[in-house]
Design a protein around this ligand. Structure first.
Ligand code: ADP
Ligand code: MG
Length: 698
């Protein structure tokens, strides 16, 4: 049987070494197999042929059938272009090329029948079709003029004349060579039970569907398979790990926890906090290693849950560690935790990049002897030099900044891996969480502490800045504090910093009676801390900042968040920023400032922000608007990018369904030995070999 995997793309007719190298580099296509799995991004119904006489100025892409009467070259230099006068007997249309003039002229012959596809426009009273797709009428059998595939191509590909059309032709050749079906990649039982199209049929129909129904079935089959293996990978190895790594058993809730609960806890826990604590308690008592994702909107009180979980570790003779993505946040956690534990005999230490010398040595020593009970810090805590006497629990705050790989490093800190609690305030839609962190159990705090007033969000044009400042002044007069945030985009940090500096000066001028502080990512930590401190203590009324304040900062007296150039922020970022206010009992405001001209998408984003405070609703909307590739958290994982055909934003239901199918397989065949599943395990192995991200996730 002929194996597509070993057939180099360069031997395919019409390809050759030069085009093959472009395909390698641009699309990662090396073999015929790779090519076959390069799916169209759209299909165009080409069942209808128009006549030139029918053409008016309003038509989208259309198809004509006729002959080239003659070629004409006009213009010079960059204005040089080739015109082919094309006729179908009802009129004349000019086919125009601005690039590849010589090539195009040699590619087509006069007085031959062609099918031309393109968008007609009128130019000096003549019908023009620029850079049309052209096929010899005799060649167009395979797609039978039904739905025609369109493939994404890059500029480099186009320069080698590898357009969608050429790819289509290559695909035709490969499919013609498929004399016998390809080996099936799903088991017979799954195919039958879920009514899936066989693999080869699906591949033929994904490229050359003869009917929309067949296309739908082909897409369903391929999406099903893709999501199924993503889930099978996660579930298969999650179970393995559970068996391999026993978890520490925290048998009791003891004195430390109880003392804290009865003496130090400054308020009643919300019901959601209680529920989540119970879930965690159950995990850490089970003998399995906990891997739990705690989702809770900004301000929902995750820190307290983290602290109380750490106290459970302490009660059972273990140490605990809490990791934050930034120094500011680590500092703040440290202060919060020290305050909450006031009067209790617990040693808490802070370890960040700026803790050095003797201080650092003392902390490291204390960790080894077990004298340090709780360590709070940044990435610094996972460095190789940091070792614990008995680390029982690790809390990771704000998951999206830590990749899967970093999480894995924690497990090497002990003979046995500690329990892991990952907290995120970027509510990841359930569907995405399942794909990205499928090995994590999920808890949700879906309730804010009592007495919070919903934040009022407004969208204002920057032409109304003066009235905006009036409102800000009123708030300050009432004793409130205000954040003013400027965007920071990596590529142009200099420009943005200038925005920030100018903004700072401008604000100082506008608010001469106020103390204004300023924080950005390029500051030295000590300087940043000093500025933060000014604001936290209430000495400064206004903080001008970049998004470094996005994560975690907690100043309950701040009641106004002004976001400049709000159009430059993504939805979840806006939501995170907004979460910095509304933490006290006063009415808080978030004001999104933009220019007048806005793209449609941007307008939608702002409308969503104004309409709702619900982080989950925002996350779902964000996923729909931007697609998973841009969503925070997906970058490190890479998984969302690897999907060829399924779309997490749109195929959430299928993902859920398929997860159950995969779970059933793993449950019935935990050791991966049943003959009826052989094809599944073999395929999983192949996928793990060819895809580094897959091996990394479990
Ligand atoms: P986040 O989930 O964003 O990390 P925090 O843990 O920082 O939220 O909590 C936000 C604020 O709510 C803090 O000031 C905290 O002290 C307070 N808080 C937490 N739990 C409660 C509660 N049950 N009742 C009242 N206030 C609470
Ligand atoms: Mg927090």
């Amino acid at each position: 049987m002929f194996d597509l995997n070993t057939r180099d793309i360069k031997y395919l007719s019409g390809v050759g070494p030069q085009r093959a190298s472009v395909l390698n580099k641009e699309l990662g296509i090396y073999s015929l197999h790779d090519l076959l799995y390069y799916f169209p991004y759209k299909y165009v119904d080409r069942s209808r042929i128009y006549s030139i006489r029918e053409i008016d100025g309003t038509m989208p892409y259309i198809q004509l059938k006729g002959e080239i009467l003659s070629f004409e070259e006009v213009g010079e230099g960059s204005g040089r272009r080739l015109i082919a006068h094309f006729s179908d007997g009802t009129g004349i249309a000019d086919l125009v090329w601005f690039r590849g003039v010589n090539y195009q002229k040699s590619a087509y012959k006069v007085r031959q029948e062609y099918i031309v596809f393109g968008k007609p426009t009128f130019y000096n009273g003549r019908i023009n079709i620029a850079h049309p797709d052209i096929d010899a009428a005799a060649d167009l059998k395979l797609s039978s003029m039904g739905l025609r595939p369109y493939y994404n191509t890059t500029d480099k590909m186009k320069r080698s004349f590898l357009n969608s059309h050429v790819i289509e032709k290559m695909m035709t050749t490969v499919i013609q060579q498929l004399r016998e079906p390809l080996p099936e990649t799903l088991s017979a039982a799954i195919l039958a039970e879920h009514h899936l199209m066989p693999l080869t049929e699906a591949l033929v129909n994904i490229h050359f569907p003869t009917h929309p129904d067949l296309l739908r079935k082909a897409q369903y089959r391929l999406k099903f398979e893709e999501l199924f293996y993503v889930q099978l990978n996660i579930l298969r190895y999650a179970r393995d790990r559970q068996r391999k790594y026993r978890g520490y058993v925290f048998e009791k809730v003891g004195e430390v926890f109880n003392t804290f609960y009865s003496r130090n806890l400054p308020f009643q826990l919300t019901n959601a906090q209680k529920r989540v604590l119970k879930e965690i308690r159950k995990d850490v008592g089970s003998g399995k290693q906990m891997n739990r994702l705690l989702q809770g909107d900004v301000g929902s009180g995750k820190t307290l849950v983290a602290l109380m979980s750490m106290l459970m570790a302490l009660d059972n003779g273990f140490q605990a560690c809490m990791m934050a993505p930034t120094e500011i946040l680590a500092n703040q956690h440290y202060e919060t935790v020290c305050e909450l534990l006031y009067g209790m005999d617990i040693r808490v230490e802070l370890l960040t990049g700026s803790v050095k010398g003797k201080k650092r040595a003392a902390i490291l020593a204390g960790l080894l002897t077990g004298d340090v009970h709780i360590l709070i810090g940044t990435h610094a805590v996972i460095e190789d030099t940091v070792n614990f006497a008995s680390l029982g629990l690790v809390v990771i705050d704000e998951q999206h900044r830590f990749g899967v790989a970093q999480r894995a490093r924690l497990w090497t800190k002990n003979v046995q891996p500690p329990h892991v609690l990952v907290m995120t305030a970027t509510p990841i839609p359930r569907t995405l969480a399942m794909t990205l962190y499928g090995d994590l159990d999920v808890s949700v705090i879906d309730e804010l502490p009592p007495g919070r007033k919903p934040i009022v969000t407004l969208h204002q044009y920057d032409s109304r800045r003066m009235s905006l400042y009036q409102s800000v002044r009123r708030q300050i007069a009432e004793g409130r504090q205000v954040y003013i945030v400027y965007p920071l985009i990596k590529e142009s940090e200099k420009i943005d910093l200038k925005n920030l500096e100018e903004g700072y000066l401008h604000i100082c001028e506008e608010f001469p009676d106020c103390k204004v502080c300023k924080v950005h990512g390029k500051m030295k930590p000590a300087e940043k801390d000093a500025q933060m401190q000014l604001f936290a203590s209430g000495e400064a009324q206004i903080m001008v900042a970049t998004t470094v304040i996005e994560v975690g900062v907690n100043v309950p007296n701040a009641s106004v968040m002004v976001i400049e150039n709000a159009e430059r922020f993504g939805l979840s970022q806006l939501h995170q920023l907004r979460g910095r206010v509304g933490r006290g009992a006063d009415q808080s405001y978030c004001i999104l400032v933009t220019g007048y001209k806005l793209a449609e998408d941007t307008r939608k984003r702002l409308e969503i922000m104004v309409r709702t405070n619900d982080g989950f609703e925002i996350a779902e909307a964000d996923l729909k608007l931007r697609g998973p590739g841009d969503l925070e958290g997906t970058q490190q994982s890479g998984i969302a990018f690897d999907l060829k055909i399924a779309d997490i934003a749109r195929d959430g239901q299928l993902l859920q369904y398929v997860r159950e199918v995969a779970q059933a397989v793993v449950d019935a065949d935990p050791n991966a030995v049943l003959p009826e599943n052989e094809v599944l395990w073999r395929q999983l192995k192949t996928l793990r070999k060819t895809n580094v991200n897959w091996a990394a996730i479990s």
